[in-house]
Write a protein that binds this ligand. Structure first.
Ligand code: FHN
Length: 416
């Protein structure tokens, strides 16, 4: 087992946050059939580009997005600056295919970073290596060395301008690195330049694998990431990391599977979404794992009401129970695992009860410390308890669950 990862101070905000908002937004929202509609439906590229350039989301209000994200308990956000379709949401010096140079005449990245920072959230940027408009990306250096060098230079320049022109950027999510690798992309060199521009930034692992790094391997074993060696955190996708010896961030959707707005989409229930967050806090081991929960805003720039309703309900739960999630580590009581999730912080153990059985007594084993107090955090009610060695019996639980979402019991130990 590799030694547990020690979180450097500059990234403590990340592990303390636990919960980020992923925002997949771009001209593809106009079709309402997912972020990859151009590729999956084999659309005509010229027609797509014409509609992308005409995109003018009249209801985009970044302050409202930021207010909603804050109320929902998110601590950071990550906006797609450019997805695989190549359309840029910022005023890039390297292309006119952007929201700033076309109909919208707005720099959405500038508006997003300013509004979210003002609301007190950390800001992240998503950037896709793939650009379907650039065939040399797929031909690569062997087949088209000159074309590839132009593409690689374009990609590096865009990443550097994003980290130069928009203030402090806290989090960077590379995506779509296939079929290239870290040596083609010169990921290591780019990482060095990124850290010079933003010394405290945290960068994900989707940088390709390198044949030049001893032991480096693709997909580092904690889910959908392209490497386990480069970058600062793993990126399990539609999944929670099984291995907890390094930082990781599980990116998940709030609907069936696609990332950007889908008209008529099926939404996941609030308790399913909340359990994802609780599972990340529980499974992260010593430093915890994060949930980057996705929303696909509509073409005119609004957060879908179904998302807002679920997100704000989770936000109200976090207002009361956030101490069981933010900055916690995973719990380890084996007997409790069938009832819900468990987390720890300092001398507190939190039982996040997904299945309320109405019985007044809860028996726990494997307690390693002396228990000083037991409280139903949801209501503030103290609960009577007896401890015999490592066994704890809690009494006085109400028959009806005290909240629609997950009630939480807080156990305070003597911490020795
Ligand atoms: O192809 C993309 C997909 O559209 C989406 O952006 C996800 C988010 O992590 N990343 C890629 C699939 O792994």
């Amino acid at each position: 087992m590799r030694k547990a990862f020690v979180v450097p101070d500059k990234w403590k905000w990340f592990t303390e946050s636990r919960y980020g908002l992923f925002i997949h937004w771009g001209p593809y929202a106009q079709w309402g059939r997912g972020e990859q509609v151009l590729f999956r439906e084999h659309l005509n590229h010229e027609e797509y580009a014409k509609q992308a350039c005409a995109w003018n989301p009249e209801h985009f209000d970044p302050e409202l997005w930021a207010y909603t994200a804050k109320k929902a308990g998110f601590k950071y956000a990550c906006l797609t600056t450019r997805h695989h379709d190549g359309f840029c949401l910022w005023d890039s010096a390297y292309t006119d295919y952007s929201s700033a140079k076309q109909a919208a005449d707005r720099d959405f990245v500038k508006e997003y970073t300013e509004a979210f920072r003002k609301a007190g959230l950390r800001v992240g940027l998503y950037y896709s290596w793939i650009d379907w408009r650039l065939p040399a990306y797929f031909d690569g250096p062997q087949k088209d060395p000159e074309g590839w060098e132009r593409v690689r230079t374009y990609l590096h320049n865009q990443v550097k301008e994003l980290l130069t022109n928009y203030g402090q950027i806290d989090h960077f999510f590379f995506d779509g690195v296939w079929p290239r690798n870290a040596d083609d992309l010169q990921s290591v060199e780019l990482l060095e330049e990124m850290r010079k521009l933003q010394p405290n930034i945290i960068i994900n692992n989707r940088l390709g694998y390198s044949n030049k790094i001893e032991g480096h391997r693709a997909d580092g074993g904690i889910g959908a990431g392209d490497s386990d060696t480069l970058g600062d955190f793993g990126t399990p996708e539609h999944a929670i990391a099984s291995e907890a010896t390094r930082l990781w961030e599980s990116c998940q959707v709030t609907t069936w599977r696609l990332w950007s707005h889908v008209i008529g989409e099926r939404w996941r229930n609030t308790d399913v979404l909340l359990d994802m967050l609780c599972e990340c806090a529980e499974k992260g081991g010593k430093h915890g794992g994060n949930l980057l929960l996705n929303v696909g805003p509509t073409a005119d720039g609004q957060l879908p009401p179904e998302f807002v309703e679920r997100a704000l309900e989770i936000g109200r739960w976090l207002d009361v129970h956030g101490e069981a999630i933010y900055g916690t580590d995973g719990g380890s009581l084996t007997e409790f695992i069938t009832r819900g999730r468990q987390t720890m912080k300092d001398n507190k153990l939190y039982l996040i009860i997904r299945f309320w059985d109405g019985r007044p007594e809860l028996r726990l084993a494997d307690l390693t410390s002396r228990v000083l107090d037991v409280e139903l955090l949801t209501t503030g009610q103290s609960l009577p308890f007896e401890q015999d060695g490592d066994t704890l019996i809690i009494n006085g639980l109400p028959r009806e669950a005290p909240t629609r979402l997950f009630p939480v019991i807080r156990i305070t130990c003597d911490g020795k």
